[in-house]
Design a protein around this ligand. Structure first.
Ligand SMILES: Nc1ncnc2c1ncn2[C@@H]1O[C@H](COP(=O)(O)OP(=O)(O)OP(=O)(O)O)[C@@H](O)[C@H]1O
Ligand SMILES: Cc1cn([C@H]2C[C@H](O)[C@@H](COP(=O)(O)O)O2)c(=O)[nH]c1=O
Length: 212
């Protein structure tokens, strides 16, 4: 892999997609080539099975934290060729969600007593067993839960096709996920992290990425 791998993480509605777009434009403006990939890759098998579980919870869906986590992990496994190709072809690859999403959300879904076990399991599964590349930088967009929920709610009104799933509507789960993310960042889980507020400065962030 040649290109640097930078991951944007955060809650539903935190602003990850918006930040990724702005960061890609800033880096391109500085003469770098940028590849992008977002997980889950909606429209592919594992991602859509995971989405069924997130939205449904009815019979026939993978309605358990471990089953959902495996589906998200298999989505990344299936994308590993695409990811390698992007890294070969670009100076920087920006990922909108990656393995830390699975760690933080699975930790929250399993509850505080099993959070550390969840994080360890996901890391071992995805990085060691599946051999996914470890990011050069993980960026936590640490938008407060209430602000992220407000943004996701407004988007749902303007784009009814982007309905929030039952976990996105669950403020307790979002708060637990926020805590899990902060712990990952504070412990520099698997790679260096940088933590940003709800209104990040894209120029400063680009400086960090250029310096990788
Ligand atoms: N800095 C910001 N200030 C105000 N609104 C913002 C900001 N960043 C994003 N938004 C708005 O918040 C909503 C959610 O943003 P975005 O889609 O980028 O979030 P996301 O983290 O990618 O969400 P999800 O994970 O749920 O897909 C969008 O309507 C977007 O326009
Ligand atoms: C990649 C990934 C995602 N999730 C969760 C996080 C969110 O609740 C949804 C994805 O929603 P988005 O609005 O489309 O970003 O899935 C997860 O639990 N594990 C993962 O690996």
């Amino acid at each position: 892999m040649n290109g640097r791998l930078a991951v944007i993480e955060g809650l539903d509605g935190a602003g990850k997609n918006t930040l990724t777009t702005a960061l890609a434009a800033e880096l391109t403006g500085r003469g770098l080539t940028v590849g992008r990939l977002a997980f889950p890759r909606y429209g592919t098998l594992h991602a859509d099975l995971a989405a069924d579980a997130l939205h449904g919870g009815q019979a026939g869906t993978a309605d358990s934290p471990h089953a959902m986590a495996l589906l998200f992990a298999m989505d990344r496994h299936a994308a590993s060729g695409e990811l390698s190709a992007l890294a070969e072809a670009n100076d920087v690859v920006l990922l909108d969600r990656y393995v830390a999403s699975n760690a933080a959300y699975t930790a929250a879904r399993l509850g505080a007593e099993r959070a550390d076990e969840a994080v360890e399991w996901i890391g071992a599964l995805e990085f060691e067993r599946l051999g996914l590349p470890v990011p050069d930088l993980q960026i936590l967009l640490d938008t407060p839960v209430a602000v992220a929920a407000e943004r996701a709610g407004s988007r749902e009104v303007s784009d009814p096709g982007r309905a929030r799933d039952r976990y996105e509507r669950d403020s307790t789960l979002q708060a637990d996920t926020s805590r899990a993310y902060r712990r990952l960042a504070e412990t520099s889980w698997r790679s260096p992290w940088t933590t940003l507020g709800a209104e990040p400065d894209v120029h400063e962030l680009a400086d960090v990425v250029v310096g990788l």
